[in-house]
Structures are given as structure tokens and as C-alpha cells.
Ligand binder design. Sequence first.
Ligand code: ARG
Length: 463
Amino acid sequence: MAQLWGGRFTTKTDRLVYNFNASISFDQKFYEQDIRGSLAHVHMLARQGILTADEEQRITEGLEGIARDVRSGALQITSEYEDIHSFVEAVLTERIGDAGKKLHTGRSRNDQVALDMKLYIRDEIDAVDSEIFNLLQVLIRWMDEGLTMYMPGFTHLQKAQPVTLAHHFGAYFEMFRRDRSRLSDIRRRMNLCPLGSGALAGTTYPLDRFYTAELLGFDGPTRNSMDSVSDRDYVLELLGCLSTVMMHLSRFSEEIIIWNSNEYRFVELDDGYSTGSSIMPQKKNPDIAELVRGKTGRVYGALVSMLTTMKGIPLAYDKDMQEDKELTFDAIDTAKGCLRLFAGMLDTLTFNRERMEESARRGFTNATDAADYLVNHGIPFRDAHGIVGKLVLLCLERNISLDELPLDDYKAVCPAFDEDIYQAVSMEACVDRRLTYGAPGPEAMKVVIAENHAYLEENPPKR
Ligand code: ARG
């Protein structure tokens, strides 16, 4: 039980209390960020004349050595310490002697942990962003290839109007593009440095918080020391954003699962991205998509937990906030893992073009176009709607599609129909004529795809 306090205590901490209080089992995850923050702090202290150049050098070398050894495995982070901050300071002092004891000058674990969490989240925002970027690249490849891969578009999971694979995937491209934009908003808003706020009320040392902020790549220091140590808005914002990412992935997973079902057979999953059954030899299951859909609940859970944890905390720092770490780490790792796996699964999909097109041809996805045909012949849309409704009924009775209905039957219901109705309701024509900006017609789609290619080129991930 190694801890940074104890002077005013007369009895030792109970083992259970110690374990309950300790955070090292999980906050060791940000040892890199903790050391990075300490290095900046030390440089600032030396620049301000609070530490000597010699002390600065010894502490710097000591901290760098610790980072190196933890990375290589030569130094193990053990549960003998309360948290990662105590661990680093204790090892530093052990290694360099008394100078190590000066590291914590003008600092509290409250502003230190706030800094570590911010540095960690900032790094992870970049990591999540790069996973989304990778998924967008897979999506746009399918969009390029799927420009004339016709398929039904659905509303209420009922066939509605024909679209293309490029258009359907283009919808997901937009969702994930928005997710990236949300991430960058969060990154920008959170990018103020809390270090130097002390426990809650700043410090009497002449710290240069602007310099520390600059060293750590922040846009400046936070403006209120009480808020600095108790703000976890950026954690909540990230969890909110990750929940939206997972919601998008979950909807997409649901579609892949449906498309992969025996009844649809629009897609076939690569063997490497599906699993078998221990009892039913014929099975090839979409477990990856199901797990992504399932894990969405975990990330939502983290958001709700954290909102609940924060809601009753009086200013400034309270230990409740230690709960932010496990939830956030798990949500980030879950989202990154799901993005990676989902992109791989999507990349290796095989589309059953014939099934998709045949499905688009069936189910009267061209009924709106038949009505539009009549409108082009001077019939008001509402009347045209009724006329085509009658034709659909006729087709249903005979189990045929609008393309197969003889012209005499068309004419019997409405004399405005002519031979060119067959061209008008051909599935390809139904799609190809939809040329408004954002519509599935390949010529319209090409414009948007080109814009999306430019977007990817102009907005590469930070790492
Ligand atoms: N482990 C703590 C946390 O994660 C670090 C801050 C401790 N501060 C304190 N006053 N006990 O929040």
C-alpha cells in the first residue's frame, strides 16, 4: 500500500478501503499521457525558476526512462500503488532521489487527472477518427462499384422504390462523415489545458499556464480552476458521439444481417468474417454484425452511467469522478474494435447482383413511376395514383409485375397509356431518371461521389 498521503492519519488504511479507493488497475492505461503531462509541468517549473536546470534535467531523464521501461515491459505497474500518479512519482524518486519529490510542486492530482483524461481522450478521438476514415474508404469503394447495382429501397422494410448500392451505402457515408465532424467539434471545444488549476483554487507558485498549455498542444489554459478539475463534459460529449457511431453501426449491422438471411441473399459474408454452428453443419452466421449490434448497448450504458454519476456532484473535484475511466476506456475500445471489424466485414462482402436487381424488379417499386408517366400525360397526380393502384391490384391477382401487364389492360384502365409505358417503368429507367442532387440516378450520384472523394482527400485523419 504505497500512497502519497498519510501524515495526518494515526491508523493505517484498511485493506478493503485501500482497494476500493485505488484506481491503478485501470488508470495505468494512461501512463504515457501522465508522463507527458509531468514533463511539460517540469519544463514550465524550470522556466519559471521554481526548479533548477539540473533538477529539470534529472526529472526529465527519470520520467523518460520510466516511460521507456513501462513500454518495453522492463518496469511493471503493480497494484502496490494507489494510482498511476503515485506510481510514477514513487518510481521517479526511487530512481533519481530527492529531485523526484519536487515533481508535484504547484500541482494536485485533481488537475493532473483532469489533464491525463483530456490528453487520453484527445489521442483517442484521433484514433477513432482514423477508424471511421478507414470505414469511409471501404464505403466509397463500394459506391464507385455500385453505381448501377440496382436494388430495392425500403420504407417500413417494405419495398418502396428502386435505388442502387452506391446510393444506399452513400447514406451511411453521410452518417459516418457527420460522426467525424462531431469528433472534431469535441476535440476543438475540449482543447484547453487544466494543469495549474491545483486542487481547485489555483496555486501561489508563479506558474505559466499558457506555456504548459502550449507545450502540450492545447489552444490555451482553462479559464476557471474550479471548473477545470470538475469538468467532464468532454467525456460525456465523446460518449454521446460514440453512442451515435454505434447506433449507425448497429443499423448497418441489422441491414447486413437481413441481407445475408436465407430469404434475402443479397450478400454473402466472407468465410473469414462469419462463424459456424456447433450442431447445424449448414450454418454460416453473421456473428460479427450481431456482436456490433449487441455491443451498442455497452456504449449507451457508459453514456447513461456517466451522466448519472455526474449529476449530483457539488463543485469541485469529488471522487465519484474516478468512475469516468473504466466506462470511457471500455466505450472507446468497444467503438474502435467494432469500427475495425465492421470495415473488414464490409470490405470482403460479396454482393449478389442478380438477386438484388430481381428483388428491385418485383414488388412494384416502379408504381410511382407509372403514376409519374400519367402526370406527364396531363393527368393530375392524385388521379394517377388511383389508376396505378388499380393496375397493381390487377397484377397482384395475376401474380405478374407492371412490366408484364399487357398494354390492352393498361389502356382499359386509362387510355392515356401507350407502348412507351414499358420503357417508363423499366427498373433501370426508374433509377436512372432520378437526377435531382442527392438522388440515386447514376449521373447524380457521380457528382456526390466525386465530392466525397474530395472530402476524404482534404480531410485525412490526424494519425
Ligand atoms: N484516481 C483519481 C481519479 O481518477 C485521481 C484524483 C485523485 N484526487 C483526489 N483528491 N483523491 O479521479
